[in-house]
Write a protein that binds this ligand. Structure first.
Ligand SMILES: *Cc1c(COP(=O)(O)O)cnc(C)c1O
Length: 222
């Protein structure tokens, strides 16, 4: 567990160096720790080291990891983002647990989340996930459908503050990061969630609001 705090320092240093090399103001890119598949001790180690921004990709696992920790109330400023595919029948659980949902990608989900937020009296910011590589097996709205989905979010009162993407394997991620940024600028969305363990320095250079890091912080997932 002592490695975890050290890994955070290494990754943060690389993010700051990347920002600087791109002429970005230092500290603009936040580090999100992705805690899927991690033991609770690893999560605690990150929290005790002062880390507060986390991501999970499954509702059930996120509940198991975080429901009790959130109840403790010992970690002010704690923010938990949903970064994985979301089924509409989990919308209620997602709205009550998460502080931001990054994986909005279809009209039915917009409807379900808007309805749950009204029901629960919660207003949490959301991102739209864009399938920048137009991969058939991958989640995310196709770039050409983004505008219509944003219009629907506006009509239903769902607050969209950013875009998220997971670039295809085997091609330069930088092209996808730059494309996501262009889409965000076009639609006036300030926050970009992009970059993982293999490519976060590029993302930090190209305007990420936060990078989503799992294995570089906690070691390879088994
Ligand atoms: C697992 C996951 C990450 C982190 O991946 P690493 O390569 O371990 O850093 C980032 N984003 C999403 C959506 C993930 O599911």
């Amino acid at each position: 567990m002592s490695d975890i705090a050290a890994n955070f320092e290494v990754v943060l240093k690389k993010i700051r160096r990347a920002e600087k090399s791109a002429g970005r103001e230092e500290g603009r890119c936040a580090l999100m720790a992705v805690t899927k598949t991690q033991p609770v001790e690893a999560i605690r180690a990150a929290l005790e080291a002062g880390h507060r921004l986390f991501g999970e990709n499954k509702v059930q696992e996120a509940q198991a990891h975080w429901a009790a920790l959130k109840e403790e109330g010992r970690f002010p400023g704690l923010r938990l983002h949903m970064i994985g595919p979301l089924q509409t029948n989990k919308a209620g659980d997602a709205v009550s647990l998460f502080d931001c949902i990054e994986s909005i990608d279809r009209p039915k989900l917009v409807q379900a989340l808007a309805q749950e937020m009204r029901k629960q009296g919660r207003d949490i910011p959301c991102y739209i996930q864009v399938n920048t590589g137009e991969e058939p097996q991958k989640a995310g709205v196709l770039p050409q459908d983004l505008e219509a989905l944003l219009a629907q979010c506006g009509a239903e009162g769902l607050r969209i503050t950013g875009l998220m993407c997971i670039p295809p394997e085997g091609v330069p991620a930088a092209l996808h990061f730059a494309f996501l940024k262009k889409l965000a600028l076009r639609h006036g969305l300030p926050e970009l969630s992009m970059g993982m363990s293999g490519d976060y320095e590029k993302a930090a250079m190209l305007g990420a609001h936060h990078v989503r890091i799992g294995s570089a912080l906690f070691g390879a997932r088994t």
